[in-house]
Design a protein around this ligand. Sequence first.
Ligand code: DGY
Length: 322
Amino acid sequence: MRKKVFLTRALHDFALKELKKKYQVEVNSGKIPVPQTKLRSKIKDVDGLICFPYDNINKETMDLAENLKVISTYSVGFDHIDTKYAKEKKIRVGYTPEVLTDATADLAFSLLLDALRRVSEGDKIIRNGKWKVIYGAYDYVGLDLRGKTLGILGLGRIGKALAKRAKAFDMKIIYHNRNRISKSKEKSLGVKYVSFERLISQSDVVSVHVPHTKETDKMFNIKTFRKMKKTSFLINTSRGKVVNEKDLVTALKKKIIAGAGLDVFEKEPISKNHPLVKLQNVVLAPHIGSSTKETRAKMAEITVKNLNLGINGKKPIYSVGY
Ligand code: DGY
C-alpha cells in the first residue's frame, strides 16, 4: 500500500508530480486555510502532511493522527505547529530556511525604501487623480537612507542579509539578538550590538526579524513605540503577532512614530476596512516576503525533500527539534 500524503493547499506542478510518483496524494481543494474539522478528518490516516504558515497544527489535531510521521511546512516560520508536541509524538517537522533569506531581506529593504521615499503613497496619489502640482520644495519629500541608523532586531540569516543591503546604502547598523555574534563577524557585517532599549531608542528604522514566540508576542506595543524616535519607522516581515496592531495604529495616527512597512499582520488576510488601510504613513504588502518565482520553487523542492525523508523516519534536511 502506498503511503498517504495530504496537502492543505496545492504546491507547484513539479512538486505534486514528484509526490504522486511515490504516494497516494490528496490536495485540499476547498477553503484556505483548510478548516480544522477537515484537517482533523484527513490527518487521521495520513503518513505525511504538507502545510502552510496559516494552518494551525496543534496538539488536539496531532492527537488524531494515527500514522503521521512528518509535517513538512512550506515556510521558514513554524510557529503554527506545536513542535514540542510533535517531538513528543515522534513526528518530524521540516521547514524551509536559507532558500528564502535573500527574497525576504529584499522585501524588508523594499518596504524600508518605500516607507522612506513614499513610493506607494505617490502611486496612490496618481491613481486617485490627486497629482495636481509638481516638484515643490515640500511636495512628497521623503528621507535619505545614507547616514540613517537601521536597528535590526534578530540577526539571523535574514537580519544579516538585510544588514548587507543597508551597508550598501551607507546606513549605520545596530542590532539586538538573543546571542551577540562574534566581534569579527560584527566587523565584517559592519554592525554594532546594542541592548533592545538602545535599539528602539536610537534607530531611525527598526526592522523585525524574530520568530513569534511567548517572549516576542506583542513586544512592539504602545510602550515600545513611545520609546522610539518620533521620526522613526517600523518594518515587519517576520510575524504580525510580534506587534500589537491596535497600538501600532494609535502610534501611526498620533505620529508617535513616523511610519511603518508591513508584510505580516496579526490576522491575515486583512480587509480593505482594516484600520491600517486607512493610514497614509504605512506601506502594506500581502505577506510576500518569500514570494519570488525562484524562491517559491526552491521552497517547494525542499518541502518535498523534507517530506520524503521524514516519512521514512529520517531527519528532514531542515528539521525542527530533532
Ligand atoms: C515564512 O516562510 O515563514 C515566511 O513568512 C514567508 O514569507
